[in-house]
Each structure stands twice: as C-alpha cells, then as structure tokens.
Design a protein around this ligand. Structure first.
Ligand code: ATP
Length: 347
C-alpha cells in the first residue's frame, strides 16, 4: 500500500440518510487534495472518517500503508498522526498562543516543546506572539495559530475543514497563500474541504468533486475545468450558458456557433454548455456573423461580464477582457471557443 492517505470503498449512513456511497481516493505525501462540493454532499463526513472522529461503517482507510479503520477495527484519532484545522479555530481561550500550540506536545521534553512551538510560529509568520491570548488576535491570526498547533507535532496527514471561510477576502487570500506554502514545504499529505471552486483551484494539486455522497470527478484543477466528465462538474466551476441541440453529420448547431461532435451518432440530442469566457466578442466583419445586442456590461475586477441578447433570440453571458469596458457598440459579433464548450447527451 502506498504512503499518504487512502480511502477505499467508504460508505456511510446517518440513520436512513446515506451520506457517502463507495467513495475511494488517495492522497500522496506532499500532495494537497481538495474535497469540493455543495453543502451536505458529505465532504466533512469523509474528513471526519479520515481523522477517526467518526466510526467507519464500511470500506477501509489506511495511513502510510497501515489500515487505521475498517468495519470492526479502529485506530484512535490521536494515534493516527493527523493534524486538523477547522473553520472556527477552536483555540483554548484561557491559554496563551505558546500553550495552545504546546498542548498536543505533552510527550515532548520541555526543550523539544519550546523548539517545536518556536518553529511552528515561524512557519505561519507569527513569531513574537507566543505570550498573546486568542482574544488579542484577529480571526486570521487565530487561524494561523490553529495551523501552527496542527503543524507542531509534525503530522504526516493534515485535514482542513473550510479553514478560511470565516475570514474576509484579503485575510483569506493571505492565509490561503501561507497555508499552501507551509504544507508544500513540510511535504504533508493534505485534504482540504471547501465549497468554493476558486479556493479549490488555488490550493489543490488535485480536486475531488463530490455530489450527494458520490465522487463525480477526481483530477487536476486544469482537467476538471477544461475536461469536465459530466454536467455537474462543468457547471459547478462557474456559470455556463446552456443550449439544447441535435447532432447532424458530426456537427452541432447552437445559437452561438457550430461545434464538432464526431463521437456522437447522427440524431443524438445533446446539451451544449459554454463557459462565459468561451464566447469571444468582436466587431462584426460580415453578414455571416452571429450578432448579439449588448444589454449591460459589469466590471467584475479582472474581467467584465457582458449581458447579451442574441439577435435570433436568447439571453447569454460573456466574460471578456477588461478592455471591452470601452466598447461602445450596441451590438457585437460572437464566436465560440471549443476549449470552453462541453457536450453531454441530453438527460
Ligand atoms: P457542509 O459544507 O454544509 O458542512 P458537507 O458536504 O461537509 O456539508 P456533511 O457535513 O458531511 O456535508 O453532511 C452530509 C449529510 O450528513 C448532511 O445531510 C448532514 O445533515 C448529515 N450529517 C452530518 N453529520 C451528521 C450526524 N452526526 N448525525 C446525523 N446526520 C449528520
């Protein structure tokens, strides 16, 4: 069995509520894997089973080749070599930062403990805060201490449950970056639960997309974004424009252009999903262009979102580079980027 963490054929029920169904994945040492999915899809339950906070009902879980849980057998959470960080920091309010971090190091000598605390504080950029109490720190700083506490015993596996979601945008970005570098430098196998696709793409070497207790796709952020295997994954990574059509001679006609579909037989009814950035906008060149009227342009930061109505009917969204904010036309020509267009048989 490989090093790192492996979950094999794990299923779990709370009463009659089936929360996980035959979930399998592994996480190699030094790899960050994000469990991504909507609220209630079973992400936290998978994490709690890996930690040993929930008793396994079926399947098995191994850490560095040792089975730590299968039905009827069970290694206690504190013996699994696992570090954990939760959304709510969970620091002891009456203990200083140093004592919070040192709490899980009772088996260390005093000198070893002090060294581990000092190192962990340095790793998370909080040197000099050892005598502070949690209430004297901001939310972001408290979460850094929670991360230092999880790192100090040098775990082989790190489990993070929505660790940044209580923080404002700037602090979240900052802590996300620190966490990524600390975990990568330490070479720890990490699972991070999140419901935010952008966060998963920022943090994850791999992302496992879950829905209703099942793994929908397991892959690199790039493969999930550019090669989604199903409609759920395609639309979970952001808004899509959707069109229904039928395959004719290996080609699908949509209101925003044609797309090749050589793998589909003639007459197959399909749904075509186009990301807003898959619609390219330009000036009209000739009478064959697909034209749309511009209803509104909104600045989203790095890009603008254009609300368009096709001249042949239908409202669509295009995400375009910012220079289009100067665009003054009432109508624009549209072309389709096949890389950002996904075809699935109609359900
Ligand atoms: P969220 O992002 O909202 O936390 P999640 O994907 O992490 O969602 P889980 O927390 O794993 O999902 O919950 C999955 C399902 O299991 C939900 O329907 C939840 O209500 C249920 N559930 C979780 N823990 C328990 C429990 N201890 N007892 C009964 N039902 C539970």
């Amino acid at each position: 069995m490989p090093d790192g963490l492996r979950m094999s054929n794990v299923s779990h029920e709370f009463g009659s509520n089936r929360v996980l169904h035959d979930v399998s994945f592994d996480v190699a040492p030094g790899e960050i894997v994000c469990l991504l999915g909507p609220s209630g899809c079973g992400k936290t339950t998978a994490l709690r089973l890996a930690a040993g906070l929930e008793k396994l009902q079926s399947g098995h879980i191994s850490i560095n080749g040792q089975v730590v849980a299968h039905a009827g057998d069970y290694v206690e959470p504190e013996k699994r070599g696992v570090g954990m960080v939760f959304q709510d920091y969970a620091l002891f309010p009456h203990l200083t930062v140093a004592k919070n971090i040192g709490f899980g190091l009772k088996h260390f000598s005093e000198a070893e403990r002090q060294e581990a605390v000092t190192n962990a504080l340095a790793q998370v950029g909080m040197s000099g805060y050892s005598d502070a109490y949690p209430h004297e720190l901001s939310g972001g700083q408290q979460q850094r201490i929670a991360l230092a506490r999880a790192l100090a015993p040098r775990p082989q596996i790190m489990l993070l449950d929505e660790p940044f979601s209580g923080l404002d945008v700037a602090r979240r970005a900052d802590l996300r970056d620190t966490t990524l570098h600390v975990l990568k430098n330490a070479g720890i196998a990490t699972i991070m639960v999140t419901h935010d696709p952008q966060e998963a793409m920022y943090m994850g070497d791999r992302i496992i997309v879950m829905n209703a207790g099942e793994v929908m796709q397991d892959g690199t952020p790039e493969s999930l974004y550019f090669r989604p295997e199903n409609r759920f994954v395609a639309s979970f990574f952001g808004e899509v424009n959707q069109f229904s059509s039928t395959v004719h001679n290996g080609v699908i006609d949509t209101p925003v252009g044609q797309i090749k579909a050589e793998d589909y037989s003639d007459g197959t009814e399909v749904d075509v999903l186009v990301r807003p950035e898959g619609l390219h906008i330009a000036d009209a060149v000739n009478g064959h262009d697909i034209m749309a009227n511009v209803d509104a342009v909104r600045a989203l930061g790095e890009v603008n979102l254009m609300h368009l109505t096709l001249q042949k009917g239908g409202h669509i969204h295009a995400r375009v580079p910012r220079r289009f904010s100067t665009l003054n036309q009432n109508s624009v020509a549209i072309t389709l980027d096949p890389e950002m267009t996904f075809v699935f048989p109609m359900s």
